[in-house]
Design a binder for this molecule. Structure first.
Ligand code: ZN
Length: 460
């Protein structure tokens, strides 16, 4: 970082100069706006939590000069909208690698649910969240959607770390680490929803886990509570073949038809996976304006199937991208990797390298992810008036030179390790590769302690 911002100004900032909090100069700015504009040698000005100007020459936007409290000289660097991780369970970082290479049903019922019952406390969730938040900050995520237990603790940690979160308290038909029954779930969730109403970063949500772990009553009750508070509903949908086949048998309908029939689908729903869909299901999801989230690492790791992302996008569905996991089904929270895999999985499954390109994958991680959350007016692209959620990447590394096409470079060549700076709502969370808002050393030490505890608990 250097104070080189004034270099681009028409004249030395005068008393009439426009003052901004942050000025980024000289960057290749990949805006992801409606025209998919890429600005070379551009500037971006931030005031408060929003972008106030963006363009090629600060001199034109600020004819009387600009006085910036902070300047980032980003010559030779790439500026991108922050990435949106549409589906994960962040405290599960403390169980990553616990038991891999088994079926989803076995993994859940034989390992994860018992391990969670014996270990997951509010303290566990806090330390898992801190570790995960550091990992997400390092890998470019500025907004994420989460489903877990003690979600209020996830929300407090997310707020402290400075990320934007759509955080869903999980509902299930069996006792969970924070609730013995539905009455307790409802009481915890309602308090959680009330507490975070109107928060600029935290969107408290309700997360009925899935149709295979929730009865119709649980699904209806959780959705009704969410709607009472205008809160998002996060749910796993059509995640595995067994779920699809069982739903046909039990409900006489596909998972999507069933959810639609009971009134659950709407613009406030974020449906993770959406793998086992019929063409008519895609139509329903598009019409209901539900957001969907593709999780290529998870779907490959659990051999759940391949979501027909190309068809879904063509059907008008709002399709974002997520990591899922981070335990047993990924096992990390790296959205840079997820974009790369999303493109390559569609190419492979359709035996067509044109199926999903780098630009499409980046759309899913940014503006389409924002559309899935119905937040496209605020996040997902870099435009004046939208939130200043962005990352700065350094492409001057052996794995990313020369550069012919910026989209191709971002998705197929650059790695999370090239992210130098991450900003959410104008606040810097990662500066020159250092996480400013999470004590990483402490979080890692605690994670190792919890790792030993979890391992011991499964031997009981
Ligand atoms: Zn999941």
């Amino acid at each position: 970082m250097a104070a080189a911002g004034a270099r681009l100004c028409a004249q030395t900032p005068s008393q009439e100069a426009v003052s901004v909090d942050l000025l980024i100069t000289g960057a290749t700015i990949v805006t992801m706006d409606a025209d998919r504009r890429v600005v070379e040698g551009g500037f971006l000005a931030v005031r408060g939590d929003s972008v106030v100007a963006i363009g090629e020459q600060a001199a034109i936007a600020f004819p009387k000069g600009v006085a910036a409290a902070k300047t980032i000289d980003a010559r030779g660097k790439i500026v991108l909208p922050g990435l949106i991780n549409g589906h994960t369970h962040i405290p599960m970082v403390l169980m990553r690698g616990l038991k891999d290479d088994v079926t989803l049903d076995d993994w859940l019922r034989k390992y994860i649910f018992p391990a969670e019952a014996r270990n997951v406390t509010e303290d566990y969730v806090r330390w898992g969240s801190r570790l995960a938040l550091a990992e997400m900050i390092r890998s470019g995520t500025t907004t994420f959607a989460d489903m877990y237990y003690f979600e209020d603790a996830v929300a407090e940690e997310t707020k402290a770390a400075g990320l934007r979160g759509f955080l869903g308290e999980t509902w299930l038909d069996f006792p969970s680490p924070d609730s013995k029954n539905e009455a307790e779930m409802a009481a915890y969730t309602e308090q959680f929803l009330k507490k975070w109403q109107g928060d600029p970063l935290i969107h408290a949500a309700v997360a009925p886990h899935s149709i295979y772990t929730c009865s119709e009553k649980t699904l209806r009750d959780s959705a009704a509570l969410a709607r009472k508070y205008h809160a998002p509903i996060l749910i796993h949908v059509a995640e595995m073949q067994k779920e699809f086949v069982d739903s046909l048998k039990t409900n006489g309908a596909t998972p999507v038809q069933y959810l639609d029939r009971i009134g659950l689908l709407g613009p406030d729903v974020l449906a993770a996976h959406c793998i086992w869909l019929e063409a008519s299901d895609m139509k329903i999801l598009a019409e209901r304006q539900a957001g969907c989230v593709h999780n290529p690492s998870s779907n490959m790791m659990l051999a759940s199937g391949v979501a027909a992302v190309v068809d879904q996008r063509a059907a008008g569905m709002r399709v974002g991208l997520g990591t899922d996991g981070p335990a047993g089904s990924n096992n990390d929270l790296n959205m840079m990797e997820e974009m790369d895999l999303a493109a390559k999985l569609q190419k492979t499954s359709r035996v067509d390298p044109r199926a999903l390109g780098a630009k499409g994958a980046l759309e899913m991680a940014t503006i389409e992810g924002a559309r899935a959350l119905h937040m496209e007016k605020e996040i997902g692209s870099l435009e004046a008036g939208k939130k200043a959620d962005l990352i700065v990447l350094n492409p001057n590394v052996p794995n990313a030179v020369p550069m012919y096409d910026v989209y191709s470079q971002i998705v197929y060549a650059l790695k999370a390790s090239e992210i130098e700076t991450l900003i959410v709502g104008g606040k810097t969370l990662l500066k020159d590769g250092k996480v400013l808002t999470v004590d990483e050393a402490k979080a890692m030490a605690k994670a190792k302690e919890y790792g030993k505890q979890v391992e011991a608990s499964l031997k009981q």
